[in-house]
Design a protein around this ligand. Structure first.
Ligand SMILES: N[C@H](CCC[C@H](N)C(=O)O)C(=O)O
Length: 336
């Protein structure tokens, strides 16, 4: 028997698999099949999830481990902010250390344990980078050959301005009012841009953000490879950077920005050095279940109620208690 873990950051749920605990690692095709099976509420377990986080060794110096991200549809993403917090907690507890680097597809990122957000609500800070604006980083086409910063794109939605930021997974952001963030425009645009289209040929995560005040946002995201999630860590990070760039009187570099989302709240800090932007994403790293499963069932993408033995932790109640203490800023329901 080996273990899967069910984890979340702001109720963005994942199954976490540590390849180093297996007698034989899953190959890429098996990882794709496992993600599609176990995250589907119909075929998987525990109401499914938004993706699978794959932990493995890293060969890089001063790096504690490697994270790969497989979306629910089986596509691989270059980065996952909520996921990286939960992987960081897993590695911190496995290796008894609280500050280290994690290898991701395009960068080794600095992570560190933070004070618990509330009793039994562990928290981590993770670096979100590299940050890019050039069209080829997404890629996007037929939107001009310059970065898309606070520009109208009538073909997407008349009257809205859009900003595109890759961190390094691709994000499209618009600052909107409360009516716009709650209607079905985000779902329609997210669906259109994640089917074959002439703009984002590899898809894109689409976020609408409502400015609540100085350094305060509410962000709702339709994710590439998943659909609506309760929160998107890289989406909230990219949106915070767009906030500081487009509304500098309200979004301040280097100051903590509070980002509410349907699943709770995180803090971000956006930084601009001489030659780069980078973002700190600070939020919960909650482990809700430990799942005993035969390794063969992982290889065969056959992780079901009949093939697993699930132990629930006491952390979800603690997290919900933390959320209950937050101001109510959105009518959007939490996706279980
Ligand atoms: N769906 C994203 C990956 C997951 C990112 C999100 N869950 C986060 O917390 O950053 C993509 O395909 O780029």
């Amino acid at each position: 028997m080996v273990q899967l873990r069910k984890v979340h950051g702001s109720e963005n749920h994942f199954f976490l698999l540590d390849q180093t605990t297996l007698s034989e690692k899953l190959n890429d095709a098996e990882l794709t099949a496992l993600a599609q099976q176990v995250t589907d509420p119909a075929t998987g377990i525990l109401n499914g999830a938004d993706g699978v986080l794959v932990v493995d060794e890293s060969t890089h110096d001063n790096v504690l481990g490697q994270m790969r991200v497989i979306n629910a549809d089986g596509s691989e993403a270059s980065m996952c902010g909520n996921g990286l917090r939960t992987v960081s907690r897993y590695l911190a507890e496995k290796h008894h250390t609280n500050q280290f680097k994690v290898e991701t597809l395009q960068a080794d990122l600095q992570v560190s344990r933070q004070s618990d957000l509330a009793a039994n609500v562990p928290a981590f800070s993770v670096e979100i980078s590299p940050v890019r604006f050039n069209p080829s980083a997404f890629p996007f086409e037929n939107l001009g050959d310059q970065p898309l910063i606070d520009s109208p794109v009538p073909a997407f939605l008349p009257g809205l301005n859009f900003t595109a930021i890759a961190v390094p997974n691709p994000h499209l952001i618009s600052f909107v009012d409360e009516e716009e963030i709650n209607n079905d425009d985000l779902g329609k645009l997210g669906t259109m841009l994640n089917k074959p289209n002439e703009y984002f040929t590899d898809g894109v995560n689409v976020s609408f953000a409502q400015i609540l005040g100085p350094n305060q946002l509410f962000v709702r995201t339709f994710e590439r490879g998943v659909g609506f999630t309760n929160a998107c860590g890289t989406g909230m990070s990219a949106t915070s950077l767009a906030f500081a760039m487009v509304h500098p009187n309200l979004g301040h570099f280097d100051d903590p920005i509070t980002v509410y989302n349907p699943g709770g709240m995180v803090k971000t800090k956006v930084h601009k050095d001489a030659d780069r932007y980078y973002i700190d994403l600070i939020g919960n790293a909650t482990q809700t279940h430990v799942i005993d499963v035969d390794e063969a069932d992982l290889h065969h993408a056959n992780v079901t109620v009949k093939t697993t033995d699930v132990t629930e932790t006491d952390e979800e109640a603690a997290y919900l208690n933390f959320v209950d203490g937050l101001p109510t800023v959105s009518a959007v329901e939490v996706k279980k």
